[in-house]
Write a protein that binds this ligand. Sequence first.
Ligand SMILES: Nc1ncnc2c1ncn2[C@@H]1O[C@H](COP(=O)(O)OP(=O)(O)OP(=O)(O)O)[C@@H](O)[C@H]1O
Length: 252
Amino acid sequence: MEHNVCFSVRDLDIRFGAVHALHRVSCDIARNGILGAIGPANSGKTTFLRALNRLNETQDNYRMSGSILLEGRDINKDFKPEGLRRRVGMIFALPMPLPLSIYENIAFGPRRQGINDKRRLDAAVEESLRSAFLWEEVKDRLKSAATKLSGGQQQRLCIARTLAVKPDVILFDEPCSGLDPISTAKVEESMVVLKKKYTIVLVTNNTKQAARVSDRVAFFLMGDLIEEDVTDRIFTSPKDKRTEDYIVGKFG
Ligand SMILES: Nc1ncnc2c1ncn2[C@@H]1O[C@H](COP(=O)(O)OP(=O)(O)OP(=O)(O)O)[C@@H](O)[C@H]1O
């Protein structure tokens, strides 16, 4: 295994009943970088992302073959789903804070891991909010309801909540699709800083976003991984004509 590989995906093939969502996809995902997954609707991006923390298996009619190794260990054989999802956190398109205070939203995960000491919880809450670039905006109202935050703040709260359980990987599933440009910029900024400590996979329908933040980009089309390469290469001289057509906006 190469030194810098976080995930190693081999011949990943996924079906939901009659729908063949992913066709023998193989790629490595490097540590401490951002892999952007782009492609038109129904190309398999989200299925690929959800495979990385075994969220697809909650669906009926789900079948997969192939393998995904995380730091050399098979995620489908060597992990329990809950243990895997602690290491591989996920941020969804719609931020969904718990109906609790800002503080309790962040403390929730550490408490479930058995941390009850107030000083340790306070420290975890502050550190996570700082890392998600939200601390300054909320430090004086940690007891107020998380649902009162703006959409962009809620998304950063969800990032903080994920960070509080100390994952290695963060999966982002179109995290900015419901956000205005300023909130989007803040989430993008936090991703770029977070990649220094975490491996990030970002599914986005916004190719410009992928170009702005990703180190490498994977282009999916109708269940195939067409190509995966450094971001500049994908946007300036892709190997496949279909990638170029998508990038220049001929479809999707
Ligand atoms: N639970 C499911 N049951 C049946 N089909 C599914 C299920 N989940 C996904 N699919 C199908 O798998 C294919 C790939 O979907 P996926 O959501 O991965 O695409 P995507 O590239 O993320 O699209 P979008 O950008 O629209 O989110 C689609 O045809 C979709 O309808």
